[in-house]
Design a protein around this ligand. Structure first.
Ligand SMILES: [Zn+2]
Length: 138
């Protein structure tokens, strides 16, 4: 049982620890990612942390060739695009995240509905180091 408050800060800490967490309504069982404080389904506010398996399927994706500056610093750009997608988790919630391990130069090779699993990637160094959530083909 996790006693951390349900907040973005707690969520980020879990990601740093390699855990994908959502919140679960104790009244009706609905699971939310990102975690929510109250339930849209039954309007209950008795929520608890729920670790998610990180398994799901690719629901939609886009390959990005014109990249934001922070991705350019990682070496992405017109000649080295990256892929971002929406993953539907096996528990139900949808997550927007980077899709790794696919060829963003060949979008036709990336299949909607393909099984994917969560990976936790490190970027930056020292104080700026952080972990982010991505998905890879399972
Ligand atoms: Zn509920």
């Amino acid at each position: 049982m996790e006693e951390r408050p349900i907040s973005d800060i707690s969520y980020r800490k879990f990601i740093e620890e390699g855990k994908l967490m959502g919140s679960r309504c104790r009244a009706c069982g609905k699971i939310y990612h990102p975690p929510r404080h109250f339930c849209e389904e039954c309007f209950g506010s008795d929520m608890e942390w729920q670790e998610l398996k990180g398994e799901g399927e690719l629901t939609t994706f886009t390959c990005i060739f014109v990249v934001p500056p922070y991705m350019a610093r990682e070496g992405y750009g017109r000649d080295n695009p990256y892929c971002t997608g929406v993953v539907t988790l096996s528990e139900g919630p949808r997550v927007v995240a980077r899709i790794e391990g696919v060829d963003a130069r060949k979008p036709e090779s990336i299949k909607i509905g393909m099984p994917v699993k969560a990976v936790f990637l490190r970027s930056g160094e020292g104080e700026a180091a952080r972990t982010y959530l991505a998905f890879r083909p399972a």
